[in-house]
Design a protein around this ligand. Structure first.
Ligand code: ADP
Length: 501
């Protein structure tokens, strides 16, 4: 199994857990970087810039009245140790420089600049000069010396250590050179970071635990309805079409359950229809076969029954049987879309007139009256054989269902570039609520499936299939006790279309 397949087979639970765990770890990492690792860095930068600001303020105040008092006040207010020296040439003409204290403010006893011996003070002066006038440095004040090679504070005893930020600045005012030194303690923030680190470990552990619980509960909440639906869907595959999928909780799961319920209902209905269809077909095939067998046996066993009438009965039943088989084949071809259409331009009027001849026997021997009111030439472009079958099926139905009058009227009308063929009878008519269903295969208004009466029960669904494949309008107007008018329309085409064929 490759990696991709493995991922596809991973359930919601481990996937959700992994996603949440990854998110939490990322969150913890970011928190650790910004809250712990970078805290002292940001604090230090903040302190250096505060000291820079204060140094600039002091530079402007140098030489003003009560300068020393102002420095003390700044030190107190801002918590910064300040030392200001004036740099003068040594009086001994040695070229050496001496630092004369100008002002001093001590904010804490842990400050480094107040503990530096003179030689280290002059080192800071040199470094500041080299550096272009300002010098920033982080310094450690150890038990009795600084960890830095350069700065040691001998004899300074205290417990633990202190980390300080030192800012030095050189400036010239009225021809005199000054060295400003500021010092602020960073140690408290280091201590805070230590505390935070411990707190952080606890928070991280709690977060991971919370993630685990949330992933477990969350994935259960999401996965359980899906697991239930999957089990039910397996039942669907085994033939249980009861639509009892339920999806509590989530809209998406509910929608899935609704879709599956709908599918189950539809599959159930199709399944029922299919079973009904098989039962009907078997019945319809068996009836003529029984008749044929009955007649044949009668003719074989009973002397004198070998009459032309009985042979005719067998022929009639065989015809009916082949009609049924043909209808079934037509319908299945239409429904599966394998029936190829072969559209040609032809005159509908002439086609209907041709069909009329098929009813001659019916008219002559059984007293039916089939009238045709044509509308002159009506050229249409369609599959002639198929349209012929539509006309034939509709007239057949009208003959079968017409009333005592035994009258069927076929009317052709032309309007708005269309030709409409209406086949009317004055039979019992169709109840309005049954009309939409008569187009379904094997649907019969009269549920008694009496094959010996008429039709194959497939006629109208074949009509519907053919007309829909021609995109033709069709319908029925019927009133109970008055009769029915079945109709369809086809667009007319120009005689030039026929010529160009
Ligand atoms: P059948 O072989 O039963 O006629 P069809 O598909 O042709 O099958 O018709 C379906 C049903 O529609 C018929 O069983 C009948 O109930 C109804 N029907 C069709 N044509 C007419 C009509 N002209 N008058 C009344 N009912 C009709």
């Amino acid at each position: 199994m490759n990696k991709k397949e493995h991922r596809a087979h991973m359930g919601i639970r481990p996937r959700l857990f992994l996603a949440l765990a990854a998110l939490t770890i990322l969150f913890i990492l970011l928190l650790w970087i910004f809250q712990i690792r970078l805290l002292s860095y940001f604090y230090e930068r903040e302190k250096f810039s505060e000291m820079e600001e204060l140094a600039s303020e002091l530079s402007e105040e140098i030489g003003t009245a009560d300068f020393e008092a102002k420095v003390k006040l700044h030190a107190q207010d801002d918590g910064v140790c300040i030392r200001i020296f004036r740099i003068e040439e040594s009086s001994e003409q040695s070229g050496e420089k001496v630092a004369v204290k100008v002002a001093d403010g001590e904010a804490t006893s842990d400050c480094i600049i107040h503990h530096l011996p003179p030689e280290q003070l002059s080192k800071i002066y040199d470094l500041t000069k080299e550096n272009g006038g300002t010098y920033d440095r982080r310094m450690e004040l150890q038990t009795d010396f600084s960890d830095s090679e350069e700065f040691r504070v001998p004899g300074f005893h205290r417990r633990g250590s202190s980390t300080n930020a030192v800012h030095a600045r050189l400036l010239e005012t009225e021809g005199r050179e000054y060295l400003l030194m500021l010092d602020v303690q960073l140690t408290p923030v280091d201590a805070i970071v230590n505390t935070l680190e411990i707190q952080f470990l606890w928070i991280a552990a709690a977060l991971l635990l919370a993630t685990f619980i949330a992933a477990f509960l969350g994935s259960r909440m999401i996965a359980n309805p899906l697991i239930r639906i999957t089990e039910k869907a397996r039942g669907l595959a085994k033939g249980n079409y009861e639509p009892d999928f339920s999806g509590q909780g989530y809209r998406e799961v509910q929608e899935l359950a609704d879709a599956l319920n709908y599918a189950a209902t539809e599959i159930g209905a199709t399944d029922r229809l299919q079973k009904e269809l098989i039962a009907n077909i078997s019945h319809d095939l068996r009836t003529p076969l029984t008749m044929i067998k009955g007649y044949s046996e009668m003719m074989r066993d009973i002397p004198g029954e070998n009459s032309p009438e009985n042979v005719q009965a067998i022929i009639d039943e065989t015809t009916r049987l082949s009609e049924l088989v043909n209808d079934l084949m037509d319908l299945s071809k239409l429904q599966s879309g394998t029936q190829k259409m072969n559209p040609t331009v032809f005159d509908l009027t002439a086609t209907v007139q041709d069909t009329m001849q098929r009813y001659d026997t019916l008219i002559r021997h059984q007293g039916y009256r089939i009238e045709f009111h044509p509308a002159g030439e009506a050229l249409v472009k369609a599959d002639r054989t198929m349209i012929l079958q539509v006309v034939y099926n509709l007239i057949n139905n009208a003959v079968n269902y017409t009333g005592e009058s035994k009258r069927v009227v076929v009317t052709e009308t032309v309007k708005d570039g269309r030709v409409r063929l209406s086949i009317a009878d004055d039979g019992e008519g169709i109840p309005p609520d049954k009309i939409p269903e008569i187009w379904d295969r094997y649907y019969r208004v009269d549920k008694v499936h009496n094959r010996s009466v008429i039709g194959t029960g497939l006629g109208l669904s074949i009509v519907k299939g053919i007309l829909e494949s021609h995109h033709a309008a069709y319908g029925v107007d019927s009133a109970v006790g008055v009769g029915s008018v079945f109709w369809f329309e086809l667009p007319l085409c120009d005689p030039s279309d026929k010529a160009s064929e």
